[in-house]
Design a protein around this ligand. Structure first.
Ligand code: ZN
Length: 214
């Protein structure tokens, strides 16, 4: 391994040794408990970006948040990975809250607002371009490119929340009387703030005709 490679890899190994020491010295018994199973009450669907780790941002510990991350926190109905996470979180873990967490300065959202090709990811970004298409009038009226991106980050979060609520998984949970809230939030990386987008759903009443299942 060349020097650069081994430096970053060794950091991970060293970091784990420190973690092992920390776990060994913890006398609360929580790690022994965690080894037996998990009972998180939150499902976090966030961006894969390295700057937005769910636990650190929310002050939660291992075992408290079930996490799914992909580029630009997209929730599409044909993504078996996301659907499997959602189904397990809702029907097995019985989480009480689902949080879709976008972040300002999202590279995926910024890329979706350009006409450049970036490779295979262009197909994934089409889902965000769809959010742009639905909101083109509002986005086009913003002159500053950064502000355009940040507004699309917010609109993308709202759209993905709506997508989650349209799934049979979430709607059946509500139908069965399960307590479940789906929230949209945006992280400001510079301040660390998690900003509620006030688009929380706790039932399918406002999803509209063809989207709300009977
Ligand atoms: Zn991102």
């Amino acid at each position: 391994m060349c020097n650069d490679l081994s430096t970053s890899f060794n950091r991970i190994i060293q970091g784990n040794k420190e973690w092992v020491d920390f776990v060994k010295n913890d006398s609360s018994g929580r790690f022994q408990q965690l080894a037996k199973g998990q009972h998180p009450e939150i499902l976090w669907i966030g961006c894969a970006d390295s700057r937005v780790p769910a636990n650190e941002i929310t002050g939660t510990k291992p075992g408290e948040v079930f996490v799914h991350r992909n580029i630009a926190n997209v929730c599409v109905h044909s993504d078996m990975n996301m659907l499997s996470v959602l189904d397990y979180a809702v029907n097995v873990l019985k989480v009480k809250h689902i949080i879709v967490a976008g972040h300002y300065g999202c590279g995926g959202v910024a890329a979706s607002l350009s006409s450049s090709q970036f490779g295979i990811i262009d197909n994934w970004l089409q889902h965000i371009k769809d959010v742009y298409r639905i909101n083109a009038n509002e986005i086009d009226a913003i002159e500053d490119q950064q502000l355009k991106t940040d507004r699309l980050v917010e609109l993308n979060v709202q759209e993905q929340v709506s997508n989650l609520c349209r799934t049979s998984i979430v709607q059946n949970a509500w139908k069965n009387g399960q307590e479940l809230a789906v929230h949209g939030m945006v992280i400001n990386i510079g301040t660390g703030e998690l900003i509620d987008q006030n688009c929380t759903f706790t039932n399918n009443n406002t999803l509209g005709n063809v989207f709300a299942y009977k």
